[in-house]
Design a protein around this ligand. Sequence first.
Ligand code: TYD
Ligand code: MG
Length: 454
Amino acid sequence: MARPATIFSCSACGTQSPKWHGRCPGCGEWNTLVEERAPAPSGARARGAAAGAAGAATAAQAVRLRDVQVERTPRLRTGIGELDRVLGGGLVPGSLVLLGGSPGIGKSTLTNMALGHLAAAGRRTLYVSGEESAAQIRLRAERLGDAALDVPVLAETDLDAVLATMRAERPEACVIDSVQTLHSAALDSAPGTVGQVREVATRVAEVAKRSGTAVVLVGHVTKEGSLAGPRVLEHLVDCVLQFEGERERTYRTLRALKNRFGSTNDVGVFEMAANGLAEVLDASARFVGEATKAPGSVVLAAMEGSRPLLVEVQALVSPSELVPPRRVCNGLDRNRLALVLAVLGRHAGVAVGSADVFVNVVGGVRIDEPGADLAVALAVASAARGVATSPSPLACFGEIGLTGELRSVAHPERRAAEAAQFGLRTVLSPVGAPTLRAAVRGALGERDRPARAA
Ligand code: TYD
Ligand code: MG
């Protein structure tokens, strides 16, 4: 009988089976069997083992790091400043970058533009699309300017054909849009399944390393935000970029979740315009300029990695009959909002137990840091009392502790400096207000109010 070309192995316990099961026969977990190419024939392995036993295998020589030869190939600058910064200075030849994001966010636009700039700089490029026809890609490229039209495209979903083209063309930069649409004939499973995605990435990586091609693999994320298939690729690639934001909003952020050649701190801010993505270099100025001075609005001096960013946080508090009342937030963690509301009620005298609370970070930006707590609390307090902060807009930052204290967060000077640069001289922070109660009073100008009756 012919040996099956593929096997199914359980990603939880490693049990192998010649055919697929919904439930692993080894550990009983559901949906863990993934198709893989079968390992090398046992004859070869047996010979290797025998040679090892006989002592024929020679010991490999370990090398001191100081003596390791490093080829310092310059990075490929994509010409998109924000992208280059997040990558740590540009694409590294021979490396693999995974660019994740939800459909319609602008992944194809960003990669098209990057290749266009590289082509204009005289680099060999290749754009492989398994999603769109060459004509569709051309229509988009026409919007992106003349340089984008010089990029060679390949509309293909067969992995072997793509690899053959890569070997023949030897591009310096190659985009594969998307990794979920390519299909390896060696596996029977459908494109986009874990086995296929892993196989595609592994084989592309082999070719990329050999030819020194910098490859960007585009991957779709699910509604829940996980890189569905591509999640399994994170350990395999050198750099994972996440393109975030909402399709209907103007601003999009690009951040590195993993980067072997740079920091994971930097964030790029983009805006979708009629002729592609535009870098937003003055993000803070825009957000502050657009900030309303109405009750419920506060400016958060946030750190997006190593970069300070001012964003407006807005809250609406409205009486509700619902039990429990609504807690809706955009751009923030829901659990964090629950915590802030609890501390506000317990320690700062702002009870919103019978009201719907909506909190929004303006512009579709997502803030993931503890320093946002104070801004959320002050926006809710200001909305609940119907009093604008004084001065307005007011900048603030700080983490809220469970006992009502304010805790310091990283880079207070850089946050304050960014606020000052955009005309926000008063910055409320844990330095000036040790407790949330003091911060609320300070922000709402309630210093002279008599203590609330209990
Ligand atoms: P796209 O890059 O195709 O998104 P993804 O590859 O992540 O799915 O494009 C996203 C959206 O941006 C698309 O709906 C059309 C819009 N768009 C513009 O507004 N201006 C432009 O210049 C381009 C190219 C696209
Ligand atoms: Mg696309």
